[in-house]
Design a protein around this ligand. Structure first.
Ligand code: HEM
Length: 476
């Protein structure tokens, strides 16, 4: 018995020695003195400061509770350990310019592997260099000036149909949910050219629910459900793509102006894209637009409700546009260009509540920045909050002041749509979605927030905790 106890004791001791040696080596490697690493806290291996990061994120106070205190202690460049990755957090216009404009040269985007598996390995977010340029070219071509002309009437029809189907006869709407349904229809029908069938949105949402969850592929987990939902989507989209290919190869050209689906299938026929590339990018576009545009709409409406003077100015803009039209006449691209004040309101809301907090990059070489080395393989996190609340660029940053956007903003200060080669490819669509929705919303309904001070939470994208319920009544 004594021998057995002795053996057990030796065994536990050896395990502890090995564990502490690993921790020591890891710590030494992460704090390698031959390179001047940024200051910061990486003491705990793997876990690092992840719990503090998640806690702040859930309260939608990532900047105030996690980043600001560390900037105060270490400066604008600091290191931390997040979800197993040594990470350098950078803030400010200079950092945004340096890292975002050096995409592909010094850094590449670094999405969690759950996101990559669910969006697809061939989507634009995983592509670099020439492949990235090629996919991006097709998306921006379909959202170019001549296409927008045709897109506006289609989007108006989708908004009007949505209001008729889901708002008519109601006195209470969950605005964030409704904006998500609308955005989904706009991306599917107006951008891609795919008819939304009942149940489709639910399947996409099941995929989206798993995008930032832990990679645990066991029955019942969010990731497991999301992977199965992705298989259903892939099957559905494959049918759509193959049918479109057949039609196009048989010369059954669309009468309508080309949709993104047509453009992608054209590329497929010419051998520019593979089927997987086409499908993965369609899924990615739904993901990229869904919670972002809906949150932007929700926050713009919230700020309008809180600032009646701004609301009056915005309403006047839309009444003027409406009065310039004949009965039944639809909005045009030209009309949306007159919605200057509305866009200032939306931009100011996006400044105060950016739907994308910031995003991760991965260093592909050792990077020298501000006198520090960021070793190859480490992650870099840039944030929109790092500049959006900087009084040098946005005086009195806590006040809601749409008029500040009468002036042009210095590059890399205003970042809701990112910057550099990966700047949001759907910017034009998002802008039109917000403007057109607001036009019909404010000209057709009187409305008020049910919970004016509803909390905003983040998981990992921000959303109003109760979905922002509003009371509505049609204008007479
Ligand atoms: C208010 C709404 C939106 C916001 C705030 C937003 C924000 C962003 C941001 C910050 C990025 C850069 C991410 C990074 O640097 O890692 C991005 C990229 C992207 N967005 Fe948006 N987005 C919005 C709507 C849309 C819409 C409607 C679409 C398309 C239907 C879209 C498609 C994309 C795509 C494809 C990329 C990746 C671009 C690339 O890798 O080259 N976004 N978006």
């Amino acid at each position: 018995m004594a021998v057995e106890m002795g053996f057990f004791f030796d065994f536990v001791l050896s395990l502890l020695v090995i564990l502490f040696s690993i921790i020591f080596l890891l710590h030494k490697k992460l704090n390698d003195n031959s390179k001047k690493l940024p200051p910061g806290n990486m003491v705990l291996p793997w876990l690092g400061e992840t719990p503090a990061f998640y806690k702040a994120q859930l309260k939608n106070r990532l900047f105030e509770d996690f980043i600001q205190p560390r900037i105060a202690k270490h400066g604008n460049v600091f290191k931390t350990m997040l979800m197993g990755s040594p990470t350098v957090v950078v803030s400010g216009v200079g950092a945004n310019r340096f890292f975002l404009s050096n995409e592909f040269k010094l850094v590449v985007s670094a999405w969690p592997s759950t996101s990559v598996q669910l969006m697809g390995k061939e989507s634009i977010m995983e592509r670099t260099g020439e492949r990235h340029r090629c996919i991006r070219g097709v998306i921006t071509e379909v959202l170019g000036p001549s296409s927008l002309e045709h897109l506006v009437p289609k989007m108006c029809k989708t908004v009007e149909d949505h209001l008729k189907r889901h708002w008519q006869g109601q006195d209470r709407i969950i605005l964030f949910q409704s904006a998500k349904m609308l955005t989904f229809s706009i991306v599917m029908e107006c951008l891609l050219g795919i008819k939304v069938e009942p149940g489709m949105l639910d399947i996409f949402e099941r995929v989206l629910e798993g995008v930032f969850k832990p990679l645990v592929d066991l029955p019942g987990t969010s990731f497991w459900r999301a992977k199965r939902a992705r298989l259903e989507i892939v099957e559905m989209l494959l049918n759509v793509v193959r049918k479109k290919r057949e039609e196009m190869e048989n010369g059954l050209e669309e009468k309508e102006e080309g949709t993104l689906l047509t453009r992608l299938v054209k590329g497929l026929i010419r051998g520019e894209f593979s089927e997987v590339e086409v499908i993965d990018n369609m899924v990615l576009l739904v993901f990229a637009s869904h919670d972002t545009t809906s949150f932007a709409i929700a926050m713009t409406c919230r700020m309008l409700a809180h600032h009646p003077n701004c609301y009056d100015l915005l309403l006047q803009e839309h009444v003027k546009i409406m009065e310039s039209k004949n009965a039944g006449e639809t909005l045009t691209l030209e009309d949306t260009k007159k919605m200057n004040y509305t866009w200032q309101v939306a931009r100011e809301s996006l400044r105060m509540f950016p739907p994308i907090f910031g995003s991760f990059r991965k260093a592909i070489v050792d990077i020298e920045y501000e006198g520090f080395t960021i070793p190859k393989g480490w992650k870099v996190l840039w944030t929109a909050y790092g500049t959006h609340y900087d009084k040098d660029y946005f005086p009195d940053p806590l006040s809601f002041n749409p008029s500040r956007f009468k002036e042009a903003m210095p590059p890399y200060a205003y970042m809701p749509f990112g910057g550099g080669p990966r700047m949001c490819a759907g910017y034009q669509l998002a802008k039109l979605n917000i403007l057109i929705f607001l036009h019909f919303f404010v000209t057709r309904y009187d409305w008020s927030l049910i919970h004016p001070d509803e909390t905003i939470t983040m998981d990992p994208l921000p959303f109003p905790r109760h979905g922002m319920p509003i009371k509505i009544s049609p204008k007479l």
